[in-house]
Design a protein around this ligand. Sequence first.
Ligand code: THU
Length: 130
Amino acid sequence: MIFDELFDFAVKATEKSYSKYSGFRVGAALLTAQGRIFTGCNIENASYSMTVCAERTAVFKAVSEGITEFSAIAVAGSSTDDFSKPCVPCGACLQVLSEFCGKDFQVILSDGVYRLSDFLPYSFSGENIK
Ligand code: THU
């Protein structure tokens, strides 16, 4: 899978964004180790804190279907049709990704390819609760 293609899936996923409160549409495209793609969008709620980000929607869709191994995620976000500005995953999404993905997991944004560890060098993990 070419990174540009995965990013295009993320942009396409923004079309399903339910973002009537912020007007900020986010899409994510999660590439599994087997080459499948799970997309997700942000889903807002009148009780604002119940909002779920696009990245977590994609992860939860995949995990709920029994898939827990991933190689990359692309994220696109904008309040216009211009997705050229990078949309960095929030801390909550980085933490959820860190449950399943290693430091070298690739994060594809509009301006390039990053590693999970670029954004989250340290994380709380199962090791911490042993
Ligand atoms: N949002 C995401 O979907 N992913 C992120 O990583 C950051 C923020 C959403 C949540 C909310 O619906 C909107 O963007 C504005 O914060």
